[in-house]
Design a protein around this ligand. Sequence first.
Ligand code: AN0
Ligand code: CP
Length: 314
Amino acid sequence: MNYNAVNNIDELETWVKKALKIKKKPLKNKKLGKNKTLGLLFFNSSLRTRLSTQKAALNLGMNVMVMNFTNEGWTLEFEEGTVMNSGASEHIKEAAAVVSQYCDVIAIRAFAGLVDKEKDNAEIVLSSFIQYATVPIINMESATGHPLQALADAITIEEFKPKHRAKVVLTWAPHPKALPQAVANSFVEMMKLQKNMDFVITHPKGYELNPEITKDSKIEYDQDKAFENADFIYAKNWSNYNDYGQITNSDPNWTVTADKMKLTNDAKFMHCLPVRRNMIVSDEVIDGPNSIVIEQANNRTFAAQLVLQKILKK
Ligand code: AN0
Ligand code: CP
């Protein structure tokens, strides 16, 4: 079993229930991972994903090895049949096969390059590992998705949802650096699996996500209107998908402020973190009583632990 996309979740409700059970007794399966090794491979920075996945593995009694390809690993070649006479020192074929001998499960973080849309959509790094590794692969944020984040988001929404049918809003917010669409994509996909919730995406015109992902979701270009009656505001920046990887809007009116939150139904504020204060969200909102970002990050451990447990039990 791999966990590389939100669509690997067969039934979200059952997964969330199970994760909440794990949260209550995280050490219950302390022996399940004995003598098993998890390898975490990072092609980009991380705080939460690295530590929460490691924590989840430790809760299951696994051993963990971490490798940063950002500055320590050999530069890898992913193209077939290429003459390796420039930057890359090692081909993915050998690298994935070798790591598979040391690890029982491999988790990979490899962000979108945001230069070549086709290449990013092809998920070269993740799909090559899936192809050439001989052990299960977990996605820790790939070019187009962040399914461990989306699972943690679902757990968090379950914990904080109101008694009435919840309205969840994903809002774009400005950011000084071009960011991937992965977190937003997976959040949208996860929300499609929610049975009794209303879901609205709001962003400036031109900032449409991949239409294949959002085709069944409601888009409202007026942020104020989208915020009306919302029970959850999930903020996230992403760079332009049409004008690929570009920043074509930095309008501060899209920042989530206390005034904006007044339009909602006393909504909870969510963000995957790391977050730029007073760009994405004002201090007042993120420091306020309705901010659940810290608990949301806590739930990353139980999302990862559920996925590891499922893999170990297979
Ligand atoms: C990354 C992103 O937007 O994909 C990671 C988020 C979990 N964010 C940044 O690089 C700031
Ligand atoms: N939310 C998240 O994935 O955080 P990190 O980039 O710190 O892992």
